[in-house]
Design a protein around this ligand. Structure first.
Ligand code: NDP
Length: 295
């Protein structure tokens, strides 16, 4: 039987529709949600990401301000810009495009973003709140992967969930979100022994390893729900032998789809939901600022 294909584009459009309603209501009360995105230097992937953020923000009536800084800016200069945005009442959320020039420390700059405006959810305060099961601005990719899972009617409570990857922006927050939903969670990483033995126990398998095609049929038990966070551009061959660039995930889709009960494709699964989650966090930040500007 073919698995259920989780369509991230449809889910993202539903999410944007919900955001539009919230923004309409905020605007009627005089609040204009605004996302400030800081880009330091020119990176083609960051520029493409900024363009897609601008497009989606505009489709949701969210203001988008791209703050472009010179690649040779000093750390003090970058911190001063962040502080200015932190205290600017017209800005609801701030995000920092990566990668940064080598002389700048992403951790230092991200931690300088005010927690109430940290819409990527990567600051210590929001991650700490998430750990404590409190209301937090949740890292967007982890939230997107959870939204894919929650779009299914299947219960999460009591299920064996395995997360492959333990990064701060995806694997760890994802594991915490699964715990919050009462799954029994195992986290695997590059030092895990017998990966396939552990992943085969999963009823829910979330993969964020950053390794194209890492997970194949040998890692998955029949009926498993598979959410693939990975996204890679790789060279492949057309039927005439000519090389072509293809987007693939961490999961070998065809093999795993033959066994799974539901699966996210790449592209078209988790990816489209990530920006929607960033906008959702921006709206939440704007709402909170309105309710309690001191929070
Ligand atoms: P990182 O490289 O920061 O983390 C990868 C994690 O996977 C690490 O914890 C690493 O373990 C683990 N890992 C690596 N190799 C293996 C292996 N062979 N077996 C088991 N675990 C392994 O990546 P990110 O978390 O930032 O991203 C993960 C993937 O998600 C990437 O493909 C990225 O492109 C994608 N992504 C997608 C987004 C979207 O919008 N869809 C947004 C952000 C990321 P260790 O800690 O031991 O090194």
């Amino acid at each position: 039987m073919s698995p259920y294909l989780i369509n991230g584009s449809i889910l993202a459009e539903r999410q944007r529709e919900q955001i539009r309603n919230e923004v309409r209501s905020l605007r009627s009360e005089g609040v204009l949600p605004c996302l400030a995105a800081i880009r330091i230097g020119e990176d083609p992937a960051a520029s493409a990401y900024a363009r897609s953020q601008a497009r989606e923000a505009s489709s949701c009536q969210i203001e988008y301000r791209l703050v472009e800084l010179q690649p040779d800016i000093l750390v003090t200069g970058a911190l001063a810009v962040i502080e200015e945005l932190n205290t600017d009442p017209s800005i609801s959320g701030i995000m920092l495009h990566l990668p940064l020039p080598a002389h700048l420390d992403a951790f230092l700059l991200q931690q300088a973003i005010a927690p109430r405006k940290d819409v990527e959810g990567v600051g210590a305060t929001n991650l700490g709140l998430l750990l404590m099961g409190r209301k937090a601005l949740v890292p967007c990719t982890a939230a997107a992967a959870m939204a894919c899972l929650k779009s299914l009617a299947n219960p999460i409570e009591g299920r064996q969930a395995v997360v492959v990857g333990r990064s701060v922006i995806v694997g760890k927050p994802l594991a915490l979100l699964l715990l919050e939903s009462h799954a029994t969670v195992t986290i695997c990483h590059s030092r895990t022994r017998n990966l396939s033995e552990l992943t085969r126990r999963a009823e829910i398998l979330m993969v964020a390893a950053g390794r194209p095609g890492l997970i194949g049929a040998e890692h998955v038990s029949p009926g498993c729900i598979v959410i693939d966070v990975g996204i890679h551009r790789v060279e492949s061959k057309q039927s005439d032998g000519k090389p072509i660039m293809k987007t693939v995930g961490d999961v070998r889709f065809d093999e795993v789809a033959a066994i799974a009960s539901a699966i996210t494709p790449v592209p078209g699964g988790v990816g489209p939901l990530t920006v929607a989650m960033l906008l959702e966090n921006t709206v939440r930040a704007a709402k909170r600022e309105k309710q309690d500007p001191r929070a």
